[in-house]
Design a protein around this ligand. Sequence first.
Ligand code: V0V
Ligand code: CO
Length: 140
Amino acid sequence: MFMRIDHVGIACHDLEEKIAFFERTFELTVVAREVNEEQGVKEAMLHIADGDGGGSYIQLLEPLGPDTPVGRFLAKRGEGVHHVAFGVPDVAEAMREIGGRGVRLLDEAPRHGTMGSSIAFLHPKDVGGMLTELVQAPKH
Ligand code: V0V
Ligand code: CO
């Protein structure tokens, strides 16, 4: 299955502070910001590189409240890497294939992700402790 790393998601308490840190430390640029109510996050995408299948990014995530996936993660583990997102050409097909291999899907159908993408999550307990996201870039 064709895959690339689309983004690494990092949980933080203060999005603006963390954006400023990544900008001045790694000279990265914010290319998108979004509030995603369904996922309970305010997020920013910082561009790293462009590849054949699409770009790669750091995604900074601030929770919209304590009772959200990122809010619970911060309370339990503190700031740090929250998930790794693989870019796939067709997220529904990737869900079928990976789900068929015994990995629990956290979404029944693809959901709205950043920058017009379609996303779905895999249970971290079935992927060696790594919360895994599948992401399909929007069609042009
Ligand atoms: C929880 N666990 C994790 C984890 N979050 N392990 C690795 N990485 C993480 N990020 C572990 C946790 O330590 C527990 O293990 C167990 O999973 C159950 O967690 P919990 O404390 O009950 O927490 P919940 O209720 O939040 O459930 C965890 C899951 C939930 C992963 C099921 O967070 C979820 O559905 N996440 C998918 C949606 C999401 O994360 N959205 C935010 C990103 P122990 O302690 O029992 O051993 S949105 C995004 O990326 C967007 C919009 C985008 O890219 O476009
Ligand atoms: Co993500």
